[in-house]
Design a protein around this ligand. Structure first.
Ligand code: HEC
Length: 444
């Protein structure tokens, strides 16, 4: 709405965001946990005068911290680019609200990057205690970046008492109802990922003495174990979710329930494996076990992120803005351009000039082409037209024009993941003509 439309054929914009974000957050959270693990292990090795472990940690600080940093930075910039082309209006709202949070995050990031470089280049050159202090600064600043970003992410799902333009809006938005449980959840996930990462790194490194291998593996299991506390945190998060999102997670025929169950299963297996290994004092996991650990960690983490993104539908900011960039009817006094109530009166194309083919005017287009423009403005955020992500053609294969037209009146009631149609009745007719051309009868 109000911005040029980014069409990504077949895959669709929201899957692209999900893919970039999942990789980025995976690396970022791993790095937060790894910095903690490093700081802890170094302190202990310093105390014990354990030169072998220190030698391993030096290597670990390069492979586990510097390399993710490079990938993390690239995907981090990628997220900004992708969200700004896929949902510019939502990003604009977020920047209006959170600009200082992002500024603070940037400062933390600066401390973070400086600390990791200092840390790596001062190994053996400064006093051990001072060197270890840099690791703690690194952990502290990366933890703060996580806390800040999570304030923003959790706001999108549970804005709570926040009202646009109201006093104290920033703090209400930031410390929203799911802020604490999700921040703690992420922290435990960070620790678990760092543990799994350390085990994986040792599996591919040849020259580690057995004693060090054993010590680090034991520490890694200890990093994974607290993630069992995620269970009560899941419950806490679930309880503060909007009822609509709770229903999605409970199942109700939507894949969200399935993904959640899959994430939970993998996560439980991971924790149980760590417990059993600790009880049996098995500190040399086989290659197969290591691969499974990494796989389970990734699947459970990615499923939860996917569910978090998914249960927000039809909103991008719960209760305030739909995934299409249209604000809800409740805010029609604030938004005179792309608000649901306004658009239903004036027509969605009045706020979506880029939905038309380049250089063409509405008057020049036939009914079907007008309908296609309406589709791009109102459905394209979640549906590909013919093939690919949530493609419409297979969904409406057997539909007829009257059924389609009627469906548009009540689509948000039929499928609560969809927003109400944000346009005029005439636009519904145009869209019906376009969708009809996608059905079995319409397809030549
Ligand atoms: C916010 C995302 C979103 C938007 C915007 C959206 N849809 Fe959907 N739509 C979905 C999802 C998700 C499903 C699958 C729902 C399910 O499985 O319960 C769906 C399903 C459908 C179905 C299949 C319904 C059925 O009962 O089998 C049709 C038809 C459909 N959408 C049409 C549209 C049209 C037309 C538009 C634009 C006017 C639109 N959608 C806009 C998310 C969206």
């Amino acid at each position: 709405m109000e911005y040029p439309i980014f069409d990504l054929p077949v895959i669709g914009g929201s899957l692209l965001i999900a893919a970039v974000a999942i990789v980025h957050v995976f690396i970022a959270q791993f790095s937060v946990g790894a910095s903690f693990m490093l700081a802890m292990a170094e302190r202990r090795a310093n105390r014990e005068g354990d030169a072998d472990t220190l030698a391993f940690l030096r290597k670990y600080s390069l492979t586990v911290l510097l390399i993710p940093y490079v990938v993390g930075t690239i995907t981090g910039v990628g997220i900004w680019f992708v969200t700004s082309v896929v949902n510019p209006r939502a990003l604009s709202t977020m920047i209006h609200l959170f600009v200082w949070a992002w500024a603070a995050e940037w400062v933390m990031f600066l401390v973070d990057v400086t600390a990791i470089y200092l840390y790596f280049y001062t190994w053996g050159r400064i006093r051990p205690a001072a060197h270890n202090a840099i690791a703690w600064i690194f952990f502290g600043s990366s933890l703060l970046t996580l806390v800040i970003i999570n304030g923003i992410l959790s706001f999108m799902l549970t804005p709570g008492q926040w009202q646009p333009l109201a006093e104290g809006g920033f703090w209400l938005a930031f410390f929203n109802p799911s802020f604490w449980p999700t921040t703690l959840l992420r922290l435990f996930v960070c620790f678990a990922l760092a543990g799994v990462g350390a085990i994986a790194l040792m599996a591919i490194s040849q020259d580690i003495v057995p004693v060090v291998r054993q010590k680090i593996t034991r520490l890694a299991y200890r990093m994974i174990l607290p993630s069992l506390l995620c269970l009560p945190l899941f419950v806490w998060t679930f309880l503060v979710l909007p009822r609509r999102a709770q229903v999605f997670i409970e199942g109700s025929g939507v894949p969200m329930g399935m993904f959640f169950a899959m994430g939970l299963t993998c996560f439980l297996i991971l924790s149980l494996a760590a417990i059993v290994a600790m009880i049996r004092r098995e500190y040399t996991p086989s290659t197969l076990a290591t691969i499974l650990l990494v796989l389970f960690a990734f699947i459970s983490y990615a499923s939860f992120e996917f569910v978090r993104e998914g249960v927000r539908k039809p909103y991008v900011i719960e209760g305030y803005m739909y995934s299409t960039g249209v604000t809800t009817a409740a805010t029609d006094g604030l938004d005179a351009r792309a608000n649901l109530a306004v658009l239903q009166k004036r027509g969605v194309l009045s706020a979506a000039p880029w939905a038309l083919p380049v250089g063409r005017r509405l008057e020049d287009l036939d009914t079907k082409a007008r309908g296609q423009a309406v589709f791009r403005a109102t459905c394209g955020a979640c549906h590909q037209p013919e093939v690919g992500y949530n493609a419409l053609r297979p969904l409406v294969r057997h539909w007829t024009a009257p059924i389609i037209r009627e469906y548009l009146d009540t689509m948000h009631e039929q499928r609560p993941m969809m927003p109400p149609f944000p346009g005029s009745n005439q636009e519904k007719d145009w869209l019906t003509a376009y969708i009809d051309s996608l059905t079995e009868r319409g397809t030549p």
